[in-house]
Ligand binder design. Sequence first.
Ligand code: TYC
Length: 150
Amino acid sequence: MRVLRAFVLFFCSGGGRFESRKKLPIYALRKSCVAGLNGYNLSMAHKFDSDSGNGTVLEEKKAKVKPPPMYKVMLLNDDYTPMEFVVSTIQKFFNKSREQATQIMLKVHREGMGVCGIYPKDVAGTKVELVTQHARAHQHPLQCTMDETE
Ligand code: TYC
């Protein structure tokens, strides 16, 4: 390990192929190499490497990554679709047990609407399409819709 570190330090301080990066302050390159060798904080190495050569080290930006918007996929009640068909549909497309599917179906039947699952937009859209196709293929008017969560 010591030999390897000496070897890397030699190259990083301008003795090797890194000559094209000579303008970077040597301490920065050394630090980045040692950090890499020791196996911690590789992102620090990145930070030092981003030194543009005039001694100015750019500050790291805080990552502002929002989670993707999520969508509820819901079934609506109607007077014609058989309860059994709704239960089997929920099981098939929303990966619910028979008991869970029955509870969701009864909620829709009593309250007019019920949530079958929450997914990213593309997945939710696909579920709505597949459930609607499935219902139409069996001549049922079952309605499936989606809505962004708060
Ligand atoms: N109301 C229907 C009936 O009495 C059952 C039903 C439940 C239909 C849920 C749609 O999303 C639904 N046969």
